[in-house]
Write a protein that binds this ligand. Structure first.
Ligand code: ATP
Ligand code: MG
Length: 630
């Protein structure tokens, strides 16, 4: 099977989906085999592996105990606290069982929701796996979110329990979590009856609400070493909830299943990430994001690999920290984001050369467009193959990628590559609703049924699932809400969000195309391009950019150079009408540019839902720049 070419493998997944996925399903343990591989009786809702019974925690841990009980399962490194925790599969099994016993003692069981609000620490992983073990539905809320966001997610999930750390740390500063939890519980309509606090000794004097708050260390001591039986779940029961980044509006609560997710992850681990049992994967993501769920926790463990988790900045204690981790643990596949790499790009390139990266084979980057200059910089810098992969919280695993585990298809800079197995993709012309031709722009869609691993619905809101994703075309198609182009070789290029398209005098331009061009000017660190209303042309492109410390510092000269790049590469039509040089760009907590808010300010409108904004100061920067004028 693994001698099959990518092309043949993908074709088979589309032409004979049931046979294909039945075969992939053999990679995981089923307590009871599926009755039906695909139940598609209620489109676009679908059930993979209906009637089958399995468990994510069993597949991630128990199944490996005989063969690799003493192998490292999880390494949690914190450059903030200076601590590293290493656990073998056997040790992880013990911790997760203990955690599960604590959950059970609090009357948490199958189908109950548990909100987890913790930084990237080992206990966050224990908590997730413990929920999975007993069939509780976790909803991990990224630790950087403020009380209000947490309250919104509490009310959406109506949890029986909230698990938090006393504090996180960022850049050496302690960030107390517990007061945020207290405030969120106060604000929420349906606060959890219990809050379980995992103390790290960072904020030992936090307030305790009697009768509600519980100390994990105390309960852990009471239940240490207890074994908790695995709860066998029907393949389509919910495993967890996770919210999208909120880049385009109010975040959507993605609901994931059990069996389909496990099967998709197992397939992706070897075919995309080229990781087999015993090998090491290091993802720099936070457990609070989709990447963290799939490739810091469930994917590597289901594969019997070692997962490396990291808490800290990419530049702390120095900008070589990621590469030192790769050297120390013999990382084979690393996973990060373009934002992360752009942070390093502002540092001396020598940091990329300091460590022995002979074990490292691949660096995967996902989450937002990987601009070509950044891709070249990191490819040359570490001398490894950089693989851009495209996916969404909704899909749970890559939609577009190269698949070195099958055979390495050629890298095309600027493109996340080819459809991964099970994804039947089309590019649809918005005006006609028909397929766009090669090299023609359109909306990237997935032909349903969505493959295993993708969301089953929006939590508690089937109507939003249908209206958000399936209501855009006459045909029943899942809209990615991203704009794309497919070249003659079948490589897809993502041009930006469908609502980020700029319409200049009737010509439709992707923000991504212009950003890419602006970033090709060597003085630019990062750029956001938005369309601003214009009486004459409908819309004009406007640039907000940050400069590299090493390049041109005169804003007017830098702006002129950026405009020249765009005119030269894309034509006079795309010429940015204005260029604003700023010190920071507003982003979501997951590191995505908040173009809609920049655009709103530029058009003198309300910036909209800012619940996932990372740094309010960056939005003030934009306001000030607009007041100042370009
Ligand atoms: P929301 O859906 O709430 O507006 P979001 O779309 O940013 O937020 P995520 O699921 O975190 O939430 O991000 C998925 C989106 O990120 C994709 O739809 C796409 O726009 C962008 N993206 C992810 N990977 C890539 C990539 N490799 N290249 C280009 N864009 C990417
Ligand atoms: Mg989205």
């Amino acid at each position: 099977m693994r001698d099959e070419s990518y092309q043949a493998f993908h074709r088979r997944s589309i032409e004979q989906p049931e046979a294909f996925w039945a075969e992939q399903a053999q990679a995981i343990h089923w307590h009871k085999p599926p009755r039906t591989i695909l139940d598609y009786s209620r489109p676009p809702f679908r059930k993979w592996f209906a009637g089958g019974e399995t468990n994510l925690c069993y597949n991630a841990i128990d199944r490996h105990l005989d063969e690799r009980g003493d192998q490292l399962a999880l390494v949690a490194i914190s450059s903030e606290t200076g601590q590293t925790v290493e656990l073998s599969y056997r040790e992880l099994h013990r911790e997760v069982n203990t955690f599960a016993a604590v959950l059970k003692s609090l009357d948490v069981g199958r189908g109950d929701r548990v909100v987890i609000y913790m930084p990237n620490m080992a206990e966050a992983v224990f908590a997730m796996l413990a929920c999975a073990r007993i069939g509780a539905v976790h909803s991990v809320v990224f630790g950087g979110f403020a009380a209000h966001n947490l309250a919104l997610r509490i009310d959406d999930a109506t949890p029986k329990l909230l698990i938090c750390a006393d504090a996180g740390m960022r850049g050496g500063k302690v960030i107390a979590y517990k007061p945020l939890v207290d405030a969120a519980c106060e604000e929420a309509q349906s606060p959890p009856p219990h809050v379980l606090v995992v103390g790290r000794g960072l904020d030992p004097d936090h307030a305790i609400v009697a009768g509600r708050d519980l100390d994990y260390a105390t309960l852990r001591a009471r239940h240490d070493g207890e074994q908790v039986a695995v709860e066998w779940l029907e393949s389509n029961e919910p495993s967890y909830l996770l919210y999208t980044s909120g880049t385009t509006g109010k975040p959507k609560g993605v609901q994931r299943d059990v069996g389909g997710y496990a099967v998709a992850l197992a397939l992706s681990m070897w075919s995309i990430y080229d990781i087999r049992a015993g090998q090491v994967m290091f993802s720099t993501s936070d457990v609070g994001w989709a990447v963290g769920h799939s490739y810091n926790v469930y994917g590597p463990l289901i594969a019997g690999a070692t997962s490396v988790l990291y808490e800290g900045l990419p530049t702390n204690p120095d900008p070589g920290i990621w590469w030192r981790i790769c050297e120390q643990y013999g990382v084979r596949t690393m996973f990060s984001s373009p934002t992360g790499i752009r942070v390093l790009k502002k540092q001396d390139t020598a940091w990329l050369k300091k460590h022995d990266l002979s074990q490292l084979r691949w660096l995967f980057l996902a989450g937002e467009p990987l601009d070509e200059p950044t891709a070249h910089w990191i490819t040359d810098g570490i001398g490894k193959t950089i693989i851009d992969n495209y996916w969404q919280t909704e899909t749970g695993w890559p939609v577009l990628s190269l698949m070195p585990g099958l055979d390495l298809q050629p890298v095309k800079f600027g493109s996340p590559g080819l459809p991964t197995p099970g994804y039947h993709l089309r590019v649809i012309d918005e005006a006609t609703g028909l397929d766009a031709g090669p090299n023609e722009k359109g909306v990237l869609v997935i032909v349903p049924p969505l493959p295993p691993g993708c969301m089953t619905t929006v939590w508690n809101d089937d109507a939003r699932f249908l209206s958000s994703y399936f209501s855009h075309f006459k045909e029943l198609l899942y809209s990615s809400l991203d704009w794309a182009i497919r070249d003659d070789d079948g490589y897809t290029f993502i041009l930006g969000r469908t609502d980020d398209v700029i319409n200049v005098a009737g010509h439709r331009l992707g923000t991504r195309e212009i950003e890419e061009s602006v970033a090709s000017y060597s003085g630019v660190a990062e750029a956001a391009v938005i369309g601003v209303h214009d009486e004459l042309k409908g819309q004009v492109p406007v640039v907000f950019a940050t400069l590299k410390p090493s390049g041109e510092q005169n804003p007017a000269l830098a702006a002129a150079a950026m405009q020249q790049c765009v005119v030269r590469q894309l034509g006079a039509l795309a010429r940015p009408a204005r260029v604003y040089v700023v010190n920071a760009l507003p982003k979501t907590r997951s590191g995505k540019l908040l173009r809609r808010s920049i655009q709103a300010l530029a058009e003198d409108r309300d910036p909209g839902d800012l619940s996932t904004l990372d740094d309010p100061a960056a939005l003030d920067e934009v306001r000030r720049a607009l007041d100042r004028g370009a």
